[in-house]
Design a protein around this ligand. Structure first.
Ligand code: DQA
Length: 143
């Protein structure tokens, strides 16, 4: 069963980016963790990252057309991109919003997610394990 793990802006910088907030592990580590978790769960996990909103929308359209479940870390797009929200709303399979940090415990502007209301659910604050938990939720979902 295919699953997309889609990552928004600056997540390619994991490991060097604010390690006190996001940890020391790199994006390559995250991708390997997701693929390994997928293998254990019988999911074929496709991990992608972009800093480009248009590219992210295209991937969400692909997922909608292919009925492919999505684990989505929209990064900063979370807080302001209605275009991303509208693309996520077209989902035809579970779409789980994930965050490495807990945005609710951070700056005021991170307390709003324009994506949350169209996601199946949200997992935030567990570091890279947020992705593992989201993949488990997808593996267990009937849809
Ligand atoms: C993030 C939280 C966002 O507020 C931030 O803009 C990110 C990463 C997270 O995974 O904790 O880039 O989505």
């Amino acid at each position: 069963k295919p699953v997309y793990v889609l990552n928004g802006p600056n997540l390619s910088r994991l490991g060097t980016r604010e390690p006190d907030v996001y940890g020391a592990q790199t994006f390559a580590d995250l991708a390997a963790l997701c693929r390994d978790t997928g293998r254990e769960l019988g999911l074929s996990v496709d991990v992608r990252q972009t800093d480009d909103e248009a590219e992210m929308l295209g991937w969400l359209h692909e997922a909608a057309d292919g009925r492919i479940p999505v684990v989505l870390n929209p990064a900063a797009f979370t807080h302001y991109s209605y275009a991303l929200r509208d693309a996520a709303a077209q989902r035809t399979a579970p779409l789980i919003e994930v965050h490495i940090s807990n945005p609710a415990a951070r700056e005021e502007f991170r307390h709003t997610s324009v994506v949350a209301s169209v996601a199946t659910g949200t997992i935030a604050g567990f570091g890279l394990r947020s992705y593992v938990l989201a993949l488990q939720a997808i593996a267990e979902s009937a849809e």
